[in-house]
Write a protein that binds this ligand. Structure first.
Ligand code: PLP
Length: 219
């Protein structure tokens, strides 16, 4: 991450690592936390909630949980109390549900909106044009604090091939930021995984979500 920041002329503190622990054993997660990595990402609500509860009981330092996977509307109540940031708001219906649940709590929900910039059928997220069309409605939802955008690039052989997708997410963010009120700052760009996080940093990622490469060789 530091090398990519240097190549891009960026401050190393301008990018944060969310360690994706969805396939990690709980012991490996404890080791990560001991090593000082306290921003963790899970893609399944049940595992997120269970691990948050378990580790809060046994560990003193605050852990920042990130919800990074597809979220069903009936799981929003499970996720909001534990997630610092939900990266994967991929529809208006989900955004409405989060807004409604947030209204019953005293805190706005911090979220990222997931965009499908590659247009692949298999990917979740708003198509860019749908997001443009839905943007004003999203911004007006009470209790929703939109902090930025998230995407997953297609799998490619050479990470350099992922760069245009990361660049399009940044450009989409810039465009939407110009239309947003002060409460939705859109400062965050969550993009880049094990195979392509350096390319993502070079295109402006502020959060990279890295899982498998942290745990290589462990089993
Ligand atoms: C699993 C996952 C990651 C991490 O992927 P790795 O290739 O293991 O680094 C990042 N983002 C999302 C949304 C994921 O589901």
């Amino acid at each position: 991450m530091a090398g990519a920041c240097e190549r891009a002329g960026r401050d190393v503190d301008s990018v944060r690592l969310v360690a994706v622990t969805k396939y990690a054993q709980l012991n490996w997660v404890r080791d990560l936390i001991s090593a000082g990595q306290t921003a963790l990402g899970e893609s399944r609500p049940q595992q997120l909630a269970a691990r948050a509860e378990e580790l809060a009981r046994e560990i003193d330092c605050p852990i920042e949980w990130h919800m990074i996977g597809h979220l069903q509307r009936n799981k929003v109540e499970m996720v909001l109390p534990v997630a610092t940031l939900t990266h994967s708001v991929d529809s208006l219906r989900l955004a409405n549900r989060i807004s409604a649940v947030a209204a019953t709590r005293d805190k706005p929900a911090k979220v990222l909106i997931e965009a499908n910039v590659s247009g692949e059928q298999s990917k979740d997220g708003f198509a860019p044009d749908d997001l443009r069309a839905s943007w004003d409605e999203l911004c007006e939802l009470p209790g929703l604090n939109i902090c930025g955008l998230m995407t997953m690039a297609p799998r490619v052989d050479d990470p350099a091939q992922a760069r245009p997708y990361f660049a399009s997410l940044r450009e989409l963010r810039d465009e939407l930021a110009a239309r947003s009120g002060a409460e939705n700052t859109l400062t965050e760009l969550s993009m880049g995984m094990s195979g392509d996080f350096e390319a993502a940093i070079e295109e402006g990622a502020t959060i990279v979500r890295v899982g498998s490469s942290l745990f290589e060789g462990l089993s």
